[in-house]
Design a protein. Structure first.
Ligand SMILES: C[S@@+](CC[C@H](N)C(=O)[O-])C[C@H]1O[C@@H](n2cnc3c(N)ncnc32)[C@H](O)[C@@H]1O
Length: 366
């Protein structure tokens, strides 16, 4: 396997500025009206207008027909559809509107749906507080969702629709990776695995499905472990998968024994660089002789597509304004510095797992 060589050939985005002046001013206006367009397209979807346009196929719909189907005024349908024309989610010929390719993605593509729902239900109102969050280093927008210091204290008790939109977003990205990385995780036939920040237990379940003998313990905050218990029972795993309450920011961590594998999936992005070094040092007390620490993350510099880097760079601001005020989607070099500072070395790197993940396998420095 030559993952290191592969990784070094990946493009780094956003370092060129090759747009013409016209292209640049065009992009600038799209950003200036971004929040307005977002709400219009969301309503075209949620009021059923995009679906009605798709159903009408090449016949199309007038704005009056769209209004009737959506149960809104003709004025309302007209302003939304005209905004949709600008956003290119629909097309117009004579007095009829038709679904476009972009519109079809809003209707049928799961990634577009989870991203839009996450931005609407978790981020939209909270982003108003981004400036306060940057100025104070605190997740000032979180008050729009609940009375917690960080989102992790309230994750499993978020009000709907925020609850579903958060978990759908998180799981959409990590679920697709777990089965792919399982051969590497289980390569040395580990006896014990600790899944730190294991949340509902999806990784733990994937391990147990792949190896009937492995013991997996989810280490997480109490509120998440309670939620995991419901999920694990539904899946018939509440007896086999253990749960261990742990706050990784505590000075000393108590583990239930030693693990051959410690997993951290979409976890270290929840912490500042200083905290990451603390966590990576502290968890070594739970690592058995010769064991491995796996870090599964989405780095914006390790993406194949420019739009993936864009999504990750914007997701960082969710951490700033809502999650905790001090973490982000990292550049892989930033993470490597933390790994080195914690006394670990990376002995395996794998890119392009699932939609956008990179796996690092780390060992204690000798
Ligand atoms: C983004 S979720 C990752 C979930 C899962 N590992 C995945 O890949 O989908 C982050 C998890 O870290 C946990 N977490 C956040 N802060 C923590 C802390 N201080 N101590 C322990 N767990 C924490 C959260 O409760 C949550 O379950």
């Amino acid at each position: 396997m030559n993952e290191k060589a592969e990784a070094s050939q990946l493009p780094v985005f956003f370092e060129n500025d090759e747009l013409s002046a016209l292209e640049a001013i065009t992009e600038a206006q799209k950003i200036a009206f971004g929040p307005v367009v977002f709400q219009a397209v969301r309503l075209l979807r949620d009021k059923g207008i995009l679906k009605a346009l798709a159903d009408a196929k090449t016949v199309g719909l007038t704005d009056a027909e769209a209004a009737k189907i959506a149960g809104i005024s003709e004025y309302g349908a007209r302003v939304l559809l005209e905004s949709g024309l600008g956003a290119k989610v629909c097309l117009r010929r004579e007095d009829k509107y038709f679904i476009s390719k972009i519109g079809l993605f809003f209707l049928n593509d799961r990634m577009t749906k989870v991203n839009l729902d996450f931005v609407q239900d978790i981020c939209y109102k909270a982003m108003w507080h981004l400036e306060e969050a940057i100025d104070q280093g605190k997740p000032a927008g979180l008050k729009e969702l609940g009375p917690w210091d960080t989102i992790y204290q309230g994750l499993s008790i978020l009000p709907e629709p925020a609850f579903s939109s958060w978990f759908n977003f998180d799981h959409f990205y990590s679920d697709q990776v777990f089965t792919k990385i399982m051969p590497i995780i289980l390569e040395g036939r580990p006896e014990n695995v600790f899944d730190i920040g294991g949340n509902t237990g999806k990784f733990a379940i994937a391990c147990c499905d792949a190896d009937p003998e492995v013991n997996v313990t989810i280490c997480d905050l109490e509120v998440q472990l309670n939620h995991a218990e419901d999920y694990l029972s539904k899946k018939g795993y509440s007896g086999r998968i253990k749960r261990h309450q742990m706050n990784v920011l505590d000075k000393h961590l108590d583990f239930p024994g030693k693990a051959d594998v410690i997993m951290m999936s979409q976890f270290l992005d929840c912490f500042s660089e200083e905290e990451i070094v603390h966590i990576l040092k502290s968890v070594q007390s739970g690592l058995g002789e010769g064991g491995s620490i796996f870090i599964l993350e989405t780095y914006w510099d390790r993406q194949r597509f420019e739009i993936s880097a864009f999504c990750l760079q914007q997701t960082s601001l969710y951490f700033t304004a809502i999650a905790n005020g001090n973490s982000k989607m990292y550049h892989s070099e930033q993470m490597k510095k933390c790994i080195d500072a914690a006394g670990l070395v990376i002995d395996l790197e794998m890119d392009q797992l699932g939609i956008s993940h990179t796996l690092f396998r780390c060992k204690k420095k000798v």
